[in-house]
Design a protein around this ligand. Sequence first.
Ligand SMILES: Cc1ncc(COP(=O)(O)O)c(C=O)c1O
Length: 411
Amino acid sequence: MSKLAISGGMPVRQEAFPSWPVIGVTDREKLLEVFESGKWWYGERVREFEERYAAFHDAKYGVTCANGTVALEVALLACGIGAGDEVIVPPYTFMATASAVLKVNAIPVFADIELDTCNLDPKDVERKITDKTKAVIPVHIAGLPVDMDAFRALTQKHKLALIEDACHSWGSKWKGKGTGAIGDCGVFSFQMSKNITSGEGGILLTDNEEIADTARSYTNCGRIKGGAWYEHHLMGSNLRMTELQAAILSGQLERLEEQTLKREENAAYLGEQLKDMPGISLMRRDARVTRRSYHMYIFRFLSEEWPGVSRDKFLEALRAEGIPCSAGYSPLYKNPLFQQSGEGPRYCPISCPYHGQGMDYTQVVCPNAELISREGCWIPHTVLLAEEQDMKDIACAIRKVWESRGELTGI
Ligand SMILES: Cc1ncc(COP(=O)(O)O)c(C=O)c1O
């Protein structure tokens, strides 16, 4: 048994994994062309990117905006969600999924996730539906599509809007159709860490023309199709994307398919290497998932099989072996925003004195989200752009840490 790198031994790997973002030669040309044209404002390139990205996801319409957070807010507004409405969201996601609901003065209601996918559990969603529920926002966590058949059936049965938070699932497909275009609408983020990026940026996709037009109006100061420039119909904002961002994204989009396939191949290979590994468990992939983006590779550290070793110590040991990894999300409702709503600033509708309907998030418990927040392990998507041999290093490092786990109990 070799000594762990965390205790001074030789690491499994010393070479770096691929860096991010990937910049192609033509990306520079595309960006310079826009720069030199002096046309930096929303125009031809943004429109072209909207069309190409929507087509890539099998959607009819694409409406770009400043980032994924505002794309969620716009999606809620465009679906008619407002004050006093309840919107069911998972707690295991980035804060924007829930804060966007608050921003439109609606109430986020947390339903639990499935332990073997980390995705929102449709059965728990059904239990949380009340007569105030107006929408559900499932998140395709790490690019793994949620059970869209179940969510479609559920939202149709209860007449709810279905908004996909597809901010991890560029290129993921459910039964052959692109995520983000299966529900009423879906939103994507192009923030720096994402699998297609322009530093910041976002897009809403939909097959529904009315949602697309309303979303466009909200992102463009409330203007409407065919209206005069200084004519404003909705309480919109300026959330437009620039031509410079669109130029960067157009180069990124050219490589997305190829990179997605590479991540999928490497993830499948890594899965083969890890499937019988003691001490961890892998996520389940539904047979109806036909393409998966892999924003990260998630697996579970099975605490009961590692007496005396914490998940965080395990991750530290793995990083010392040269494998990038992190712990991931904590349940959103544990954040001060939700836990101290009575004492801190007054966020409507959590504790708005005028709204008359406060929420007590200190009572919320989603056991699976809490367990995953203690046991989840994330490997970033850039690692999956390496070669097959590099995947062996990951498996080798996890096995080494398992075999020498005794070294971790005393430190
Ligand atoms: C699941 C999820 N939803 C929404 C967002 C918000 O996107 P943005 O950072 O572009 O505002 C993110 C970004 O991290 C995300 O991961």
